[in-house]
Design a protein around this ligand. Structure first.
Ligand code: FES
Ligand SMILES: [Fe+2]
Length: 376
C-alpha cells in the first residue's frame, strides 16, 4: 500500500485547543463514553496466541462486564457473557485457562458448550416449554486482525474489517499474527484514558521527558500518514548508529518480517481508536491496550511481541527492549498524571495545540464525532 507521509505541522488545524475540564473529570462524561464508545466500538482485548488450543479461554472486562473469549474444537473464537442462564451465577472465576470441552456452572451444574449452547440443565428435565436451545449464553461479537482479538458489545456492529478500513493489509510486512509475546506489564494509572492517547500522539515532550529515547530517535524526525479519523500515526526515525529502540541501542531480535530497507531505521506508531496503541519496530512490536476505569483512572496493559526465532535465540534478550520501554512508559505515566492533577486542581482552561500536536486535535475531533453519534 502506497502511504503518503506528511509532517504533523502540515495538518495542523489553526486555533484548535485542548478539551474542556469535564472531559477529564466528569463522571457523566465518563459514563457517556462507556455507552457511546466502549459499548459500541471494536475493543482490543488480547492476542489470538493467548488461547492457542481448543478449550482455552480468557476473561476480559470491557465496560465493567465479564466476557469469556473461548476457542472451540474447530479453532473458532467466541465471545460469551460469563453469566449462567439459570440464576445468573458467574461461570469462570479465573482470568484464563482451559475449559476442556464444556463450561459448567458451579451452582447447579448447568453445562454449556465452548460456543455457548446449553447442553444440560438436569433440573429442568420434563418441564413444559423449556428448551435447551432457548438458554444459550448471551454472546458478543469477536473478530481478529493481525493476531489481535477484538470484541464489540453492540448487538449489530459494523464488521471489524470495515471499521479498520485503512489498516487492513497495511502492516502485513510486519508479520504480526506470527509474533509471540515475550513480556507483559500492567500499569494502574491515576489518569484519564484520553490523556494517554494524547501523550502517545506527540513527541515534543520527548527531549524533556525521555532523554534515553531522544538519543535513539530524534523527536523532530518522521512524518504521519494517517492524520484524521479513528486511526492516527506515522513513523519516527532510528538514528544510523542504532538498530532498534533498546537500552543497548542494538537489535533485540531478527527482523519481524521481510521489511524494506527504510523500515530498518523506523518505528511506526499508530493509535487505534478507542483502546489500542501499536508501535512497530524492525525487530518487535509493542502494544498498549488501554482500559478506562474511572474519569481519573486507567489500566494499561503493555506487551512486547517478537519473531519466534528471536525468542529461541540466546543471542537476543527481549528485556533490552522491555526495560527500555518500561522506563519510557513510566516517564510518560508521570507526565500524564501531572497533566491529570493539573486539570483537577481548578485552574485548568483549554490551551492551544501547537502545530506538531495536530494528531491530538485529530483525536479530539474523532472523539467528538463518536460522542455526538446518535445512531442506536
Ligand atoms: S446459577 Fe448456574 S446452574 Fe444455577
Ligand atoms: Fe512519551
Amino acid at each position: 500500500m502506497e502511504a503518503s507521509f506528511r509532517s504533523a505541522a502540515e495538518t495542523h488545524r489553526t486555533g484548535s485547543s485542548t478539551m474542556p475540564t469535564a472531559a477529564f473529570l466528569s463522571r457523566e462524561v465518563f459514563q457517556e463514553e462507556q455507552r457511546r464508545i466502549f459499548s459500541r466500538r471494536w475493543l482490543c482485548v488480547g492476542r489470538e496466541s493467548d488461547l492457542p488450543n481448543p478449550g482455552d479461554f480468557l476473561q476480559v472486562r470491557p465496560v465493567g462486564r465479564s466476557i469469556l473469549i473461548t476457542r472451540d474444537e474447530n479453532g473458532n473464537l467466541h465471545g460469551l457473557y460469563n453469566v449462567c442462564r439459570h440464576r445468573g451465577a458467574q461461570l469462570c472465576t479465573e482470568e484464563s485457562g482451559n475449559l476442556s470441552r464444556t463450561i459448567q456452572c458451579a451452582y447447579h451444574g448447568w453445562t454449556y458448550t465452548l460456543d455457548g449452547r446449553l447442553l444440560a440443565a438436569p433440573q429442568m428435565k420434563g418441564c413444559d416449554g423449556f428448551e435447551l436451545a432457548d438458554h444459550a449464553l448471551h454472546r458478543v461479537w469477536v473478530d481478529t486482525w493481525e493476531g489481535f482479538v477484538f470484541v464489540n458489545l453492540h448487538p449489530a456492529p459494523e464488521p471489524l474489517d470495515v471499521w479498520l478500513g485503512p489498516l487492513v493489509g497495511r502492516f502485513s510486512r510486519f508479520n504480526l499474527p506470527a509474533l509471540r509475546r515475550a513480556d507483559r506489564i500492567e500499569y494502574d494509572l491515576a489518569v484519564n484514558w484520553k490523556l494517554l492517547f494524547q501523550n502517545y500522539s506527540e513527541c515534543q515532550h520527548c527531549p524533556l521527558v525521555h532523554p534515553e529515547l531522544s538519543e535513539i530517535s530524534p523527536f523532530r524526525s518522521g512524518a504521519n500518514d494517517l492524520s484524521e479519523g479513528p486511526f492516527l500515526g506515522g513513523y519516527m526515525e532510528i538514528v544510523e548508529e542504532a538498530a532498534s529502540m533498546s537500552l543497548s541501542g542494538g537489535a533485540v531480535g531478527v527482523p519481524v518480517g521481510a521489511l524494506p530497507p527504510e523500515d530498518h531505521h523506523r518505528v511506526y506508531y499508530y493509535s487505534i481508536f478507542p483502546n489500542l496503541l501499536l508501535s512497530l519496530h524492525p525487530d518487535y512490536a509493542m502494544a498498549h491496550v488501554i482500559w478506562p476505569l474511572a474519569p481519573d483512572r486507567s489500566r494499561v496493559v503493555c506487551e512486547w511481541h517478537f519473531h519466534p526465532d528471536s525468542l529461541a535465540d540466546p543471542r537476543y534478550d527481549p528485556s533490552d527492549a522491555v526495560s527500555f520501554w518500561d522506563t519510557t512508559n513510566r516517564q510518560d505515566w508521570h507526565v500524564c498524571e501531572l497533566n491529570q492533577k493539573g486539570i483537577e486542581s481548578g485552574g485548568y482552561r483549554p490551551g492551544p495545540y501547537f502545530p506538531s500536536e495536530s494528531l491530538l486535535a485529530a483525536f479530539d475531533e474523532e472523539y467528538r464525532r463518536h460522542m455526538e453519534d446518535e445512531s442506536p
